[in-house]
Design a protein around this ligand. Structure first.
Ligand code: 5GP
Ligand code: MN
Length: 346
């Protein structure tokens, strides 16, 4: 396997792990497969090493991740405030997985940032912030789970990876790469896959659990969104899906139901980027995806103060869905310059 991790980072992390026992693992709000896979994967590893780790997350994890070993042990801040507060305050190390800035933890951020113990960041988002004593940031990794695997190998701890740990790590890689379809920058990720399979991981089962467990309502909501709520802007090679609270209610929307919807328009030849806006409380949750290195992260950042990766990013907008849509539609022309390298056929 290519040695992509600075050995000093691995050594520094190993030192911190050796010096600590009550370790908190945490991730971003609205956690996805990579956020939960990386924290739980490390949780299993640390337990194998005889530590007392606790996974503390800002809010509830989606139901499709319930199959992950250790899922039930996760402490959710919005549900178990006093317990989370206690473990964070008593922790001697906090490992922040899959986010680059404290605000990605919403309400949990002050508690984590206020903790007096040392902190580690393990992340693959662009523009890492500086809130941790040890920053392990590799934006060219497909996923934090890929990064965690390489770190474990770099620390010489691969022998401690059991089937449960391996299952969690492969889940994050599968969700962030859409089953090895996007965001892969290093071909030896297939070597990582092979190592995980050798440990007995059931890849088919993971794919079934995380990618093929839609409810009928969710499938119908997706069909409705594409048929009735998708606009295409051929001049900008863009598509936009907007779903209002009314739309969501009509299909009995449950958290996670629109997961993956933003990718669908990219299956159409000629569409280079896809934006999805979903009314959420008093605001709007924005998801963006692209192909051919079109920087949707710039759109999310410039227009809505969000971020993420070049080809997969998001943001939250504090205002109406209509306003949110208008801002994008008015600004689309400004991003045509990034289309100039597009091959004629896409
Ligand atoms: P998703 O569309 O799956 O919610 O998010 C895609 C990517 O964008 C993820 O890597 C995520 O971390 C990032 N992202 C999503 N929402 C936000 C946001 O509100 N702010 C920032 N900075 N990044 C986001
Ligand atoms: Mn991730």
């Amino acid at each position: 396997m290519e040695k992509l991790i600075d050995p000093e980072k691995g050594r520094a992390l190993l030192r911190l792990l050796e010096e600590s026992s009550r370790i908190v693992l945490t991730c971003h709000v609205r956690p996805d497969g990579d956020a939960i896979g990386s924290t739980l994967g490390l949780w299993h590893l640390l337990r194998s090493l005889g530590k007392e780790p606790t996974v503390v997350i800002p809010d509830k994890a989606p139901g499709y991740l319930q199959f992950l070993p250790g899922f039930k042990e996760i402490a959710v801040y919005t549900r178990h405030d006093p317990f989370c507060r206690k473990v964070v305050e008593e922790a001697d190390l906090i490992i922040c997985c899959d986010f680059n800035i404290p605000s990605r933890q919403d309400e949990l951020a002050p508690l984590i940032q206020g903790a007096s113990c040392r902190k580690v960041m393990i992340d693959h988002h662009q523009e890492p912030g500086h809130f941790a004593d040890l920053e392990i940031s590799y934006p060219d990794m497909s996923s934090t789970c890929e990064l965690v695997f390489r770190l474990i190998a770099s620390m010489g701890l691969f022998g401690e990876v059991d089937l449960d740990c391996a299952t969690c790590l492969l889940t994050g890689i599968i969700t962030d790469t859409r089953n090895f379809n996007v965001n892969i920058n290093h071909n030896d990720i297939y070597e990582i896959l092979m190592r995980l399979l050798e440990l007995g991981v059931d890849k088919k089962h993971i794919v079934k659990e995380v990618m093929e467990t839609k409810s009928l309502d969710a499938l119908r909501l997706e069909a409705y969104a594409i048929a009735s709520r998708m606009e295409v802007f051929p001049d900008h090679k863009a598509s936009l899906i907007t779903l209002s609270k009314e739309d969501l209610d009509a299909y009995n929307y449950q958290k996670g139901d629109t997961e993956g919807l933003v990718n669908k328009p990219l299956e159409v030849k000629g569409i280079v980027y896809s934006i999805f806006m979903r009314e959420d409380g008093d605001g709007v949750k924005i998801s963006a995806r692209s192909i051919n290195d079109f920087p949707v992260s710039a759109i999310c950042k410039d227009l809505y103060g969000g971020g993420g990766h070049l080809q997969a990013s998001g943001a939250e907008f504090d205002g109406s869905l209509e306003e949110c849509r208008r801002i994008l539609v008015d600004a689309m022309g400004d991003y045509d310059k990034y289309l100039k390298n597009e091959k004629k056929d896409r």
